[in-house]
Design a protein around this ligand. Sequence first.
Ligand code: LCS
Length: 402
Amino acid sequence: MDKYRFETKIIHAGQKPDKTSKALATPIYQTSTFCFDSVEEAGDVNFGRQPGYMYSRAANPTVDAIQEKLCALEGGEAAVFTSSGMGAIGSLMVGMLESGDHLISGDTVYGGTDYVLRTNLPRMGIEVTMLDTRDLEAVKAAIKPNTKMIYVESPTNPTLKLTDISAISKIAKEHGIKVAVDNTFSPPPIQYPLALGADLVVHSVTKYINGHGDVIAGAVIGNAEDIQSIKAHGVTKLCGTTPSPFNAYLTLRGAKTLPLRIRQHCENAMELARFLEKREEVKLVNYPGLESHPQHELAKVQMNGMYSGIISFELKEGINGLSAFEAGKKLLNNLKLMAIAVSLGDPDTLIEHPASMTHDNVPVEERMKIGITDGLIRVSVGLEHIDDLKEDLEQAFEALQK
Ligand code: LCS
């Protein structure tokens, strides 16, 4: 597949006509177990002396097909497909780290990941330092003899801050530290962390890769040795975060149109970001494609000039006498087309108000420190006509004045 371009690889990688029927679409091998002609054959398959399948928690043909496609997607040697993005992140952590190790992470990560880093890992004796990974000197200063991994989300959820993946990877290599990047917000063809020097890429496949809002899944992609460790120590045993063959099938189907969808998501997001920047109710728009984004120059290089389909923006205090918190809620409650919903990367535009919907359990000072302010709104810009999206927001902005 290496000689082919991205659009070709994403359609064909991992998918050959089925061996028994020559079906073009990869069949859903919806089975828990597989049969053998003899006990000898079973033993040979189980211990890797001959190819084959034994039990779907360990391996399944439909799951293998999506794993091969994910390798082609990110340019990795091996991939493991999991039952959720959190399943991928948890399996990555227990597969690569052990008690006594130290992990450096960005201070802004998805809420579920934040919980794992602040609560689960310390409980297992893994030390975690969370800091602003835009500051490379701070990263260098935090490295200790037991630092084993640097974990970053770039762009961050929901504030769209970037980390210089290439620079972080150089620093990490000098110290023999692995770099793992959550690439959920900017999958290929936007950003290729492995090509930028990272060792491992994580995805919530739930989002753009499946792309149709009907699957919960995740993946880790990297070299064969690391992925084997993540599978053996995390996915297939301790965590048991094996995906269903049906979700593997849906993702094989959804991923084929990833490049087309990504281009349209990014084009719509760019136009909506420019529209929001002009609204007088809006204090700030976080979108790496805007010249006003403090890391726009880095984004141009690192994100291949595409910048993701996610925007966040902050409402001003005092619109029609409302606090930014109340204005955020009122704006969303007046939308007619955009769905008030978490998740992202769907064909449908999804909008959320973190302060009232997803982060109301985070201490106010803590969320303010990382930019999740009372009036912050996140939009996963969908594939609808851009004018319909603008008109929906326009009428909701007008309703703030009533
Ligand atoms: N990484 C990122 C960047 C995410 O945004 C999410 C989920 C995950 C990992 C976890 O993936 P999951 O297990 O849900 O497949 N983000 C969500 C969000 O922003 N709203 O709802 C879920």
